[in-house]
Structure formats: C-alpha cells, structure tokens
Write a protein that binds this ligand. Structure first.
Ligand code: ADP
Ligand code: MG
Length: 694
C-alpha cells in the first residue's frame, strides 16, 4: 500500500505508528473510538490485526441484459434517473432508480432510505450488487448495495472483507479505515524467524496482513490467515517448550520412590484404590523421583478421589525429608482438605497444620516457627500460605487445588523460600479436553481419574421448566422432611439489572418468608466477610439449616454429605463445567441425590446445553461438549489465563498444532536461549505471566 494513502488518514503533524490510539486517526472520532474499544480495538496495531471473518465476493459482473431473477448479481451501471415516493400500502418511502449499461436497462429499489435519492444523481457510475427479481418494470435489484466506481473499489465489485462488527461499526467503515493503514504493516515485527517461514512456505507478516484485508484472491487470503495462525501457535509452543526445558534443567527436589511406603499407605485405606488412582499415583511418584521438578495436572470429577492421590505424594515427600504445602482457593475448602488429610496421614506420622486468613496471630506464629524450623512437614491453607513471613526451609511439593494454572509469580514466591524448585501438582475437577491441552498446556503433564470409586449413585439431573416450579419445591420439601438438605444456587447476589436473573438475597427473602417459611433457610454469598461465610456454611454442614441459598461461592469443593438437592436458578447462565461443579456438591453419600436445573427463559443453545448436563455425569464428556458448543476461545478464556488471544488460530487444529510444535522444538534445539531472532524473544513477554520462561 502506498505511503500516499497513509498520509491521507492522519494530519501531517501526527506521526503514524502502530501504538497510535485510534481516535488520533482522521475519520475516527471519539464516539467511534469508544465503539471500537468494545471490539477490543484501541491502537493502530489492533486494527491491523482485526481479521475478517469471511469475504464477500462480488467481483464477477453481469451485463444488465443477462440478469437472471432469483439470485444475487453484480453489475457495473450508470444511473439514468431517480425518484422517490411514498408507498401507498405501507407507510414507507421507496427510492427507485433506473440503471443502464451499454446494452440494457434495469431498476433498483430501496425501502425507507430517502437519502439515497440525493446520492444517486443521474449519470453516476456504480457497482451495484444484490438480489434480482422480475417486476412489472423489468429486472429489479431489491435493496442492493452499491458503490461509486472510481480508482479504488472497496466494497462492491471486489473481494470485500466482512469483519466482526458492533453497533455503529460496520465492515464498510472498517474497510475504509483499515486499508489506508496497511502501509504500516511493514512496521510489524515479523516474529517468525525467516528460516522457518521459508521452510514452511509462509509469507512475511506484512504481506499476510495486506492479503488478509485486501486479498488478491481467496486462496491468498486463506494462506495469509494460515500464516498468522501459524505464528500464534508457534509462539505458544515455543513458550511452553521453553518453560518445560527451563524447568527440567533447574535443580528440582528429588523424592525417592519407596514402593514399600506406598504399599503401607494403601493398605491403611478403608477402600481399594481405583485403577485411575493407582496409575495417577504411579505417574506422580515417578515424576517426584526424576531429577527435574514435576509439573503435573491431576484431573478428575468431584468425588473421584484426587485427595488420596495427593496424600500419597505428600507422604512420599515427607519420607524423603521434604515439606508439602497444599493450597485451596477458599478457607472452607482448606479446612476440608485439612480434615481429610488428617484422617489419611496423621496415622503415618504426618499431621497436617492449617493456616488460613482467620488463623489467630498466636497460632500463626507457632505454625510459622514449625515450618521454618522444619518440625512441621505438611501445611494446608489458602493463599495466606504465600504471604510474607511464611518460610518453608525444605519445601518439596506444592499441591494446588482447583486452579489449573498457578501464577508464575506465586510459584516463584514459594520457590524462593527454599533453594530448589519444588515439585508441583495441580488438581482440578473441571478438566481441559485432551484436544486442547496439548497446545494450551504444553508445559504440563496430565493425569486423569476417569472413573468414580464404586458404589456411587449418579446424581439424577432434571431440567425444570417454569410451570413445574411448584412441584419441584414440593419435592424439595419432601426430601427435607426425610432429613435431607438442599442447595439453591442463584446467578447473582443482588437484584441488579434488567436481565431479571434471580438474586441470592431476593430468593432468600422469598423462600424464607413464603415457599419454605416453615424450614430453616440460610443465605451465603461472596460479599460476606470470610468469617461470616464460614459460620453460615458450618451451620449448614452441621445440619442446623435445611436450605442454603447461595451464589456460586459453593462451586468448589464444599462437602455436605447429607445434602441431596442441588437446585440451580437461571441454569442457562452458567457454563457446563460450572453446572457440573454445582452438581458435584450433592451425591456425596449413600442417599440418592438430585440436580434440578431451573431454566429462566432460554434459547435453543441454552436448552441444548442444559440437556447435555442432564445427559451425562462425566465432567470429561461435558468439557468436550462445551468445547463443541462454545468453541475453544470461550471455553478456556485465554485472556483470563493471561495468554494473548488467538486471532486466527484454531486451538483444535491438530495438524497445525503438530507442525508448529515441531518447528518450535527444532528452533529451540538450535537457539535455546532465543538470541538468534529478536522479534521472537520479544514476543515471549506476552507469555511470561503464564509460562515460567525466565
Ligand atoms: P475429589 O477431591 O476428587 O473430589 P476426594 O478425594 O475428596 O475427591 O474423595 C471423595 C470421597 O471418596 C472421599 O470421601 C474419599 O475418602 C472417597 N474415596 C476416594 N477414593 C476412593 C476409592 N478408591 N474407593 C472408595 N472411596 C474413595
Ligand atoms: Mg477435591
């Protein structure tokens, strides 16, 4: 693209560069800049990387005499005359134009766009495109799009990009703003090393950006997109592999694999391990004994028995003379883990200690001394564990529950407290589908518990339409009369917006004063002080409340074996994985349990999703299904993970995943510290929050 065009878009005194905010561009006002912001676009660079979703191809033109009714066609015409009139039947303004080319005449008609009459002066030359119909005046374009013909044809008679749009920001607008900026594509650093580009037959980034916005043809557009996708996956693979190599080369804590100890531990359990637990345990103990520090994710549905596996790892670590820290996202969960580990490990000489926000100063001092002195070997807690002052002289294993990825910064804090890098085990009940984990979790090894311990009754799940609400409440009441308890989950804390979602506080008011007036109803939400949350939760756990109305705070981990009902308001507002998590809160004892999904006005997609939850009790299957229904971007929330968003790459593209992985491995073999291609090492900055790469 010529620099001439570039100079057209900004006043001469504004130097154009990739970081320039969009409102500084001529033709983008403050209001438009605000709207662009909604699309995540705030700089020139963002706009260059705002990729089309598809293209509208109107390049093929037809002479007017050859027009056929019933299909979309494009023609190069001259306006002969224009008229506008009010339609007699409906109160509509009709603009009608007579069009001609060298051989014939046709008509075009538009509805309720009176201003068009002024734009279409007789004699104007147009590219016009739209569906043609036969009318009493001959062939007629109905509501066609058009553009004056001139030196540059942008919209009609072209291969025109269709972009993700938002209110007030059309593809037409975007085309005219993006195209003049394409000259700047040459300033975009090409992060793919030239040798890889050449070996893979990929175009330079500047050419790719040009071709993706203003393609010569569709094949070139596809190759341009593939080139951008390649770069995205390649960077991700390089970051993951670099993190892996870095980890494996660092000094790790080596924990010998004592088979006799493992056997003794298993023999004291009141049950037989599942095959999955046995395999996962073996994988973990093998990792612990290997020189590089472990980085493993243990995935398994709620109740699949992850804690036992973690307990075995902690015991082995202790036996080798190292400490273990177990971190949970909430105080409630930390207390539960503490109780469970107490039962499993105290008899083996490894009593767990508990450190949470509400631990008294005196107890905290005592615990810190125990950890620093090395008398205490197993500590369970919340993030209070990584606060200043917690020093573990000999940390060998970190177990983190319900957090796929533990921030690099946090991990470093734990490492700093001891010399070597501790082994790291994450546990989650919201599995990442295999199809995604290869690319997205390239630096993490996976273990899975796919089967449940024997003797569990699957939770019976029903979707409850509005008219069945009353009978569902009757059902809840009947369960409570049998001595059971119920959760009622609401999408929000307070009645706030027009969305009409039920709020926990309002539902609590309503249920406790009307529907369940005679029952003991309790309220729990995330805005309560931690101490109050714990107290209310404990009241429910003790059985001093029948119904607990709550927000998603009960999502993770809470264990109330006597609860048999999980009632979810506005169920369609939650993701599949989250619904499955809620469901996992019941069915934890021998009683048959139920999950009631109350729908609050749903669309086709919503009902498909609820049906999927009702149809399977496997979190692994639901994760795959969620992936199909919502796509990988939604599911994993890259931004949430701290990763750059994928603009072109499909994380499920196995072939491209493999190709980029190979390229990344080969590159790192020859350039392990990324010193040979600066744009590549610069690009790694965006991955530092997630991957431990330096
Ligand atoms: P998770 O953390 O995966 O949700 P837990 O580790 O809390 O699951 O285990 C859930 C319950 O199942 C606990 O009460 C535990 O004692 C029990 N359990 C674990 N493994 C087995 C097994 N192999 N057979 C029977 N019960 C088991
Ligand atoms: Mg658990």
């Amino acid at each position: 693209m010529s620099s001439q065009l570039v100079s057209l878009v900004t006043p001469a005194h504004v130097p154009l560069d990739l970081d320039l905010p969009l409102q500084r561009i001529t033709g983008i006002g403050p209001r438009q800049a605000q709207k662009l912001e909604k699309l995540g676009l705030s700089t020139v660079r963002d706009l260059l990387f705002h990729l089309p979703r598809r293209y509208e191809d109107t390049r093929e033109t037809v002479p007017l005499r050859a027009l056929q009714p019933g299909i979309v066609q494009t023609a190069h015409v001259r306006v002969r005359n224009v008229s506008s009139r009010r339609s007699p039947y409906k109160k509509m303004v009709l603009v009608e134009a007579t069009l001609e080319d060298d051989g014939a005449v046709a008509t075009a008609v538009w509805f309720n766009q009176p201003f068009l009459a002024r734009q279409l002066q007789p004699g104007t030359e147009l590219m016009i495109s739209g569906k043609v119909e036969m009318s009493r005046t001959g062939m007629t374009f109905r509501s066609p799009v058009f553009e004056r013909t001139g030196r540059d044809q942008h919209h009609v008679g072209t291969l025109a990009p269709i972009y993700p749009e938002t209110q007030g920001i059309t593809s037409r607008f975007l085309r005219t703003r993006i195209e003049p900026l394409l000259g700047l594509a040459t300033q975009v650093p090409d992060r793919l090393p030239p040798s890889i580009r050449e070996a893979e037959g990929l175009m330079p980034i500047a050419e790719a950006l040009y071709q993706v916005h203003v393609p010569d043809d569709l094949a070139r557009a596809a190759r341009a997109r593939e080139r951008i996708a390649f770069e995205e996956l390649f960077l991700l693979q390089v970051a993951a592999e670099r993190a892996r190599r870095r980890r494996m080369s660092g000094p790790g804590v080596i924990v010998g694999y004592d088979i006799e100890l493992a056997r003794r531990f298993v023999a004291t359990l009141p049950f037989k391990l599942t095959d999955g637990q046995r395999v996962a345990g073996h994988e973990i103990l093998t990792d612990l004994a290997a020189p590089g520090p472990m980085n493993r994710l243990l995935q398994g549905d709620v109740g699949s028995g992850k804690t036992v596996v973690a307990a075995l790892a902690a015991l082995m670590t202790h036996h080798a003379g190292f400490q273990t820290a177990v971190m949970a996202p909430t105080e409630i969960l930390a207390r539960q883990h503490h109780a469970t580990l107490d039962k499993l490990l105290t008899q083996h000489g490894l009593p767990p200690r508990l450190l949470v926000g509400s631990t008294s100063a005196a107890a905290r001092r005592e615990i810190l001394a125990g950890l620093a002195g090395g008398h205490d070997s197993l500590i369970v807690g919340t993030h209070a564990l990584i606060e200043d002052g917690v020093v573990m002289i000999n940390l060998g294993l970190v177990v983190v529950d319900e957090q796929h990825r533990f921030g690099v910064a946090q991990r470093r804090r734990l490492r700093q407290t001891s010399g070597a890098m501790p082994n790291y085990l994450a546990m989650t009940a919201t599995p990442i589908p295999r199809s995604l984990s290869n690319t997205l979790y390239g630096d993490v090894d996976l273990s899975e518990l796919r089967e449940m311990p024997p003797g569990r009754h699957p939770v019976e799940t029903r979707v409850i339409p509005p008219e069945a609400r009353d009978s569902a409440y009757e059902f809840v009441r009947a369960e409570v009369r049998k001595g059971r308890q119920a959760f009622v989950i609401c999408p929000r804390i307070e009645e706030s917006d027009k969305l009409g979602a039920r709020s926990a506080t309002a539902e609590f008011e309503r249920l406790s004063t009307t529907v369940f007036r005679d029952l003991r109803v309790e309220l729990l939400h995330g805005r309560m002080p931690a101490r109050e949350k714990t107290e209310r939760m404990e009241r429910f756990v003790r059985g001093d409340a029948d119904v607990l109305v709550a927000t998603s705070v009960v999502e993770v981990g809470v264990d109330v074996p006597n609860a048999t009902i999980m009632l979810i308001e506005g169920a369609e507002r939650f993701g599949l994985a989250q619904l499955h998590q809620f469901r996992g809160r019941v069915g934890r004892d021998q009683h048959q349990s139920y999950c009631l999904l109350f729908e609050g006005g749903i669309d086709e997609e919503g009902s498909q999703r609820l049906a999927a939850v009702a149809a399977t009790d496997s979190g692994f299957e639901l994760a795959e299904r969620d992936l199909q229904l919502r796509g990988p971007g939604q599911l994993v929330g890259l931004r949430q993970h701290g990763l750059p968003e994928m603009l072109a790459a499909d994380l499920l593209d196995v072939a491209l995943g493999r190709r980029t992985k190979q390229a990344a491995l080969a590159w790192l073999d020859s350039d392990p510290d990324l010193s040979a291609w600066k744009p590549l090492s610069d690009a790694m900055n965006a991955y530092r929050a997630v991957f431990d790469i330096d």
